[in-house]
Design a protein around this ligand. Structure first.
Ligand code: PLP
Length: 259
C-alpha cells in the first residue's frame, strides 16, 4: 500500500484534545500514516495546562534522526516548540534532511493562558523556521505578536499578513476565530489574497482547534493537493470537527476527529 507519511513535531497533551494526540487523530482521519517528534510533555486536561516538561534537545535530535533516516515524511507540521534551542535543533534537522511541505503552527499560549513558547523564542521562530515553511497558521493573537500591530478587523489582518510574509516564501493563514466582527480566515501570499468565509459555531468544545487545522493542511499537502485547496478542505474539516465536538471533561472539550 502506498501510504503518505506525516510527521508532527509538537508537544503532548495528556487529555488527548490538542498537540501530538490531535495531530495523529487528524492524520488518521485523512488516511495518512502519522509519526511524531515530541518536544515537550504537558500535564493538562480540558480545564487547562497544569505543568510542562521540555524534552532535552539531544532527545529531540535523536527522534528526528530516527524518523528522517528511515521513513522520510511527505509533509511535516510543527506545533508547540517551547524554546529557542529546540527551534534551532528542529530547523537544522529540517534543512539537513530537506524536509518539505512544512506547515508551521506558531503556538505561543494555550487558550487557558499557559505559555507554550518562551518569549525569547520568537526571533528563532521567525529567522530559522519561517523561511522553511510552505504555510504558517497564526491565530489573531499570534499574528499580532509576529507583526507587531494590533488586529481588530479584516483590514488589520491583511496588514499583519503583509508584514509576516516578509519572512516567508510561502503562505500565511491568519485564523479569524477570535475576531469580534466575523471569524473569516485570511489566506495570503505575496501574490494572492483569499478570504475563507465562516459562520461562528456556538460550541465551547474547541480545545485543539489550531492543532487540528494545521495537521489537516499538512495531510492534504502530503496527498499532493495544492496549498489553496488544502487550506479550504482543512477549514471545512475543522468546522465539521467543531460542530461534532465532544462534550467531555469539565472545561473546553475536544473536537471529534472521525465523523
Ligand atoms: N497543548 C498543546 C501541547 C498544544 O500544542 C496546544 C496548541 O497548539 C495547546 C495545548 C493549546 O490548545 P488550546 O488553546 O486549543 O487549548
Amino acid at each position: 500500500m502506498n501510504i503518505k507519511k506525516l510527521l508532527t513535531i509538537a508537544g503532548s497533551d495528556s487529555s488527548g484534545g490538542a498537540g501530538i494526540q490531535a495531530d495523529i487523530k487528524t492524520f488518521s482521519a485523512h488516511k495518512v500514516y502519522g509519526m511524531s517528534v515530541i518536544t515537550a510533555v504537558t500535564a493538562q486536561n480540558t480545564t487547562g495546562v497544569k505543568s510542562v516538561y521540555e524534552l532535552p534537545v539531544e532527545m529531540i535530535r535523536n527522534q528526528m534522526e530516527s524518523v528522517f533516516t528511515d521513513m522520510p515524511p511527505d509533509a511535516i507540521k510543527t506545533g508547540m516548540l517551547s524554546n529557542p534551542e529546540i527551534i534551532e535543533c528542529i530547523s537544522e534537522g529540517l534543512l539537513r534532511h530537506k524536509g518539505s511541505n512544512l506547515v508551521v503552527d506558531p503556538v505561543m499560549v494555550s487558550t487557558s493562558g499557559h505559555r507554550l513558547l518562551s518569549e525569547d523564542a520568537l526571533s528563532a521562530l521567525k529567522d530559522h523556521l519561517f523561511p522553511l515553511a510552505r504555510v504558517i497558521t497564526p491565530n489573531i493573537y499570534e499574528a499580532e505578536i509576529l507583526s507587531g500591530g494590533k488586529i481588530s478587523n479584516k483590514k488589520d489582518m491583511v496588514d499583519a499578513a503583509m508584514e509576516i510574509s516578509n519572512k516567508l516564501d510561502g503562505w500565511v493563514v491568519i485564523k479569524g476565530g477570535h475576531l469580534k466582527e466575523c471569524c473569516d480566515d485570511l489566506l495570503y501570499s505575496k501574490d494572492e489574497k483569499l478570504w475563507l468565509k465562516a459562520r461562528k459555531i456556538n460550541n465551547k468544545n474547541t480545545h485543539g482547534t489550531g492543532c487540528t487545522l494545521s495537521s489537516a493542511i499538512a495531510s492534504n499537502l502530503a496527498l499532493g493537493i495544492g496549498v489553496k485547496k488544502s487550506v479550504f478542505k482543512a477549514k471545512r474539516y475543522v468546522n465539521s470537527a467543531i460542530r461534532e465536538g465532544l462534550d467531555l471533561g469539565e472545561g473546553r472539550g475536544p473536537l471529534l476527529h472521525h465523523f
